[in-house]
Design a protein around this ligand. Structure first.
Ligand code: HEM
Ligand code: HEM
Length: 289
């Protein structure tokens, strides 16, 4: 997938997400914002209640989206025969899209009533989604190839050296900035720092990187736009990689804990949802079938 195609791919996720959420809000805000005791008298009750034609459908579509989003990523990540089908990072983007919009549909399915045992499934879903965003942040802090696979330490070092060389070769960046870029190193590895201290140091390194880029932007004020953009991107990548190297062990540790946290909520959501679906079928709710 080239750059333009990738932008279209991500753009289509945003467009579908924004249009779907807007339609749900425009169509149902009157119903969803009414007190539960008064909803029975509202015309849309029959379609928007959790067992209504639209409400029930949203539960089914949202749940299917989550099932497809989770299983497709897990299968693509694990089955050797599928390793060549698309980049792993694009499958993760699909996972994030399906598992963000799916829960939005389920939220409208509940009609904002969170009663009964199925509320455990609902709140587990909320926990998985919120933790997903934290996981995405940690995931991005671990250096990866263009395909989204984790780089080995040797590959990271090689990339770091080649970026530094490319910046030096440009001949435009002043020695002052070259020096700042080369000596930009903030790491908590081997210091026995707590997670809190690591986080503070991480923020500080972000501020320092920002200040280097600001200085570079000022120095390149009279340089051509495309060259300026290219150099800012290059220096930005180098600083970002150096930061990632400095916090690699911390991020690996965090990602390990994150997986331990993320999975049980996903399992509890699916298990209780299955019981919920079985109960609704036993009670005769069959949607449009
Ligand atoms: C993670 C997925 C799901 C969650 C979190 C969820 C949550 C809920 C909640 C909170 C309610 C409202 C309970 C109340 O009235 O207080 C509800 C009702 C309902 N759900 Fe789901 N649901 C999910 C998936 C599904 C699916 C896949 C189906 C159908 C196959 C379904 C069918 C229904 C039906 C028929 C009702 C109405 C039951 C009644 O009025 O007694 N739900 N759901
Ligand atoms: C109901 C919603 C979600 C469910 C049920 C879910 C479930 C899962 C599961 C089971 C995994 C483990 C996959 C594996 O190890 O192969 C996973 C991984 C992951 N999910 Fe989700 N997820 C959800 C939403 C999200 C969201 C909203 C995000 C980001 C914004 C997200 C980001 C991630 C990331 C970064 C990984 C780690 C990928 C890796 O280690 O390769 N997830 N998710």
């Amino acid at each position: 997938m080239n750059n333009t195609l990738h932008k279209l791919y991500i753009g289509s996720f945003f467009v579908i997400g924004i249009i779907s959420a807007s339609l749900l809000i425009i169509n149902g805000h009157n119903y969803y914002s009414s007190p539960v005791s008064e909803r029975f008298w509202i015309e849309q009750h029959n379609s928007l209640k959790p067992s209504g034609s639209i409400g029930h459908g949203l539960g089914i579509v949202g749940t299917l989206m989550m099932i497809i989003g989770v299983s497709s990523y897990m299968i693509r990540k694990r089955v050797r025969g599928l390793f060549n089908i698309g980049f792993l990072k694009h499958w993760l983007e699909f996972h994030i899209f399906m598992c963000t919009l799916g829960p939005v549909f389920v939220l409208f399915h509940t009609a904002f009533k969170f009663g009964g045992i199925v509320s455990i499934s609902f709140w587990s879903m909320v926990a998985v989604v919120l933790s997903g965003f934290a996981g995405r942040f940690i995931y991005l802090q671990i250096p990866r190839s263009i395909k989204g696979n984790e780089l080995s330490l040797k590959e990271i070092d090689e990339l770091n050296v080649s970026l530094q060389e490319e910046i030096s070769k440009s001949g435009i960046v002043s020695p002052r900035i070259l020096d700042r870029v080369a000596s930009f190193r903030r790491s908590v590895e081997g210091t026995g720092a707590s997670l809190g201290e690591a986080f503070k140091s991480y923020l500080a390194s972000g501020r320092e990187a920002g200040s280097i880029l600001q200085q570079l932007r000022a120095e390149l004020a009279n340089t051509g736009t495309s060259e300026k953009k290219h150099l800012l991107k290059l220096v930005g990548s180098k600083l970002s990689l150096t930061r990632k190297i400095g916090f690699l062990k911390v991020m690996h540790r965090l990602f390990h804990y994150w997986h331990i946290f993320h999975l049980p909520f996903a399992i509890s959501m699916f298990v209780i949802m299955l019981i919920h679906v079985a109960v609704t079928i036993i009670f005769g709710y069959k949607w449009i079938f």
